[in-house]
Design a protein around this ligand. Structure first.
Ligand code: PNW
Length: 474
């Protein structure tokens, strides 16, 4: 049935994509090989104090050299789809000009391996690894970066357009703009609220320009999408002040992107909320129309909801928004909003577990963008893996988390949302950004000393789901 009862069979539609997701910097390693230059994440992770234990992606999962084995593993697990990202500085080391053939060859070989295994490749052009040279020229706060991104998108589309059916321009531009330039917990580590808003705008523009470049180069059957992490915002109470705090955070987390991308305009309340910071004169005539390109799908990443209340000016001190420790807020102009840890179970990230939020998220976009296919391109949990004497890894919390969230996707389907796929974050334990290797999201355990891969209990569980298209009873 359609309800949450895990005892009843929960079937998914034929053709529903069951996959796993990764990103280039988090798994590839080979940071200095075959002409690749540093991205902002190489620079950031090599700066003392920026990542836990000083961890970097220099080697990561060494996927650049082990991609064949990794695809074989996906095949063993019965995955129908694999979401990965292309490293911009591997393909275009300076962020402009001609492509490096060896960089493109790697992705072509990866895609061919996937296709040979019957696994649908889902390609993301940008998962946060801006070529450092482009950051040195101003990064996302400058307009030129959006134009460079469109050139890069065209290059990748020319090279792989004949074999990749599903394309995503940006992954989570919120993180790029507001964690990268606002709170500074992500690369490039800048802490300037106006730079963050400028970055958000140029990411919207980059998405629009890149979508045009993709359409020009891709065969007509290829689908173009964007990947967002809209906040599921809950006001702590129904008082007007708390509801207003929720409205502000929804504008800064979600509508700042979905306004231009889905509706062709910024929401007016975003301008008024941030008027003390900027007049938004970096938005040129026609920009939001450019950001508003026809899409073939919307990719949504969901982990946890965001609970807010209003705080008197200057009293909102420690944030519990799950976005890392920084004295600088990732929420420009929202200093009087408090973030709360809801009671109840949390993952090792400290993120509360709330599957209903995923149903809500899907139904929101089902309503807001009728007919647009939806994909859950990330969902998963960092949790303990307990090894047994036989060397198996037991991760019952991950199984429970995924089971409950997959059931939540099913409820959205039953309510009419056109959900086309679910991608578990992540295939492998990997470089978890500012947390380094300390947080493990993989359904496959990676021993970073030996690079040995060992599927955890969750991988065997997920394989049954992927093969059968129904939620296992246990
Ligand atoms: C997403 N936050 O990152 C990314 O797309 C993945 O690369 C990442 O590994 C995964 O989620 C797990 O964290 C996020 O602070 C990182 O809100 C940070 C936040 C959100 C998403």
């Amino acid at each position: 049935g359609a309800t949450a009862d895990p005892g009843t069979d929960t079937h998914f539609p034929a053709g529903f994509l069951w996959g796993a997701a990764t990103s280039a910097y988090q798994i590839e390693g080979a940071a200095r090989e075959d002409g690749r230059t540093p991205s902002i994440w190489d620079t950031f992770s090599h700066t003392p104090g920026r990542t836990a234990a000083g961890d970097t992606g220099d080697v990561a999962c060494d996927h650049y050299h082990r991609y064949r084995d990794d695809v074989a593993l996906m095949s063993e697990l019965g995955l129908g789809a694999y979401r990965f990202s292309v490293s911009w500085p591997r393909v275009q080391p300076t962020g402009r000009g001609p492509a490096v053939q060896r960089g493109l060859d790697f992705y072509r070989a990866l895609v061919d391996e996937l296709l040979a295994a019957g696994i649908t490749p889902v390609l993301t052009l940008y998962h946060w690894d801006l070529p450092q040279e482009l950051e040195d020229a101003g990064g996302w706060p400058v307009r030129r970066t959006a134009e460079r991104f469109a050139d890069y998108a065209g290059i990748v589309a020319e090279a792989l357009g004949d074999r990749v059916p599903l394309w995503t321009t940006l992954n989570e531009p919120w993180c790029s703009a507001f964690l990268g330039y606002g709170s500074g917990v992500h690369a490039p580590g800048r802490t300037d609220p106006v730079a963050a808003l400028r970055a958000a705008h140029h990411l919207n523009l980059a998405h629009g320009l890149a979508t045009q470049a993709l359409r020009a180069a891709l065969p007509s059957h290829a689908r173009v999408t964007v990947g967002l992490n809209p906040a599921v915002v809950r006001a702590r109470s129904e008082t007007p002040a708390d509801l207003d705090a929720a409205r502000r955070i929804d504008a800064l987390a979600t509508r700042v992107f979905t306004g231009p991308m889905l509706h062709g305009a910024y929401p007016e309340d975003l301008f008024t909320d941030t008027a003390a910071l900027t007049d938004w004169s970096f938005v040129h005539d026609g920009d939001t129309a450019l950001a508003h390109q026809r899409l073939d799908g919307l990719c949504l990443n969901y982990y946890t909801p965001t609970v807010v209340s209003a705080a008197p000016e200057g009293t909102a001190t420690e944030r519990h928004d799950g976005h890392g420790a920084s004295p600088h807020s990732p929420w420009p102009g929202a200093d009087h909003v408090s973030f709360h840890q809801p009671p109840g179970e949390r993952t090792e990230m400290g993120w509360s577990i709330d599957p209903e939020g995923l149903t809500e998220l899907l139904l929101r976009f089902h309503g807001e963008a009728p007919g647009l296919p939806l994909y859950i391109t990330e969902n998963g949990a960092a949790c303990p893996d307990v090894p047994d004497a036989a060397g198996r890894f037991h991760d019952p919390q991950r199984i429970a988390y995924v089971r409950r969230h997959v059931a939540a996707v099913h409820r959205a389907l039953a309510a009419g949302a056109d959900v086309r796929g679910y991608f578990l974050w992540s295939l492998l334990d990997n470089f978890e950004w500012a947390y380094g290797y300390a947080k493990r999201f993989g359904m496959v355990h990676v021993d970073f000393a030996t690079q040995a891969r060992t599927p955890k209990a969750s991988a065997r569980w997920y394989a049954r789901l992927a093969r059968s298209g129904r939620l296992p009873r246990e």
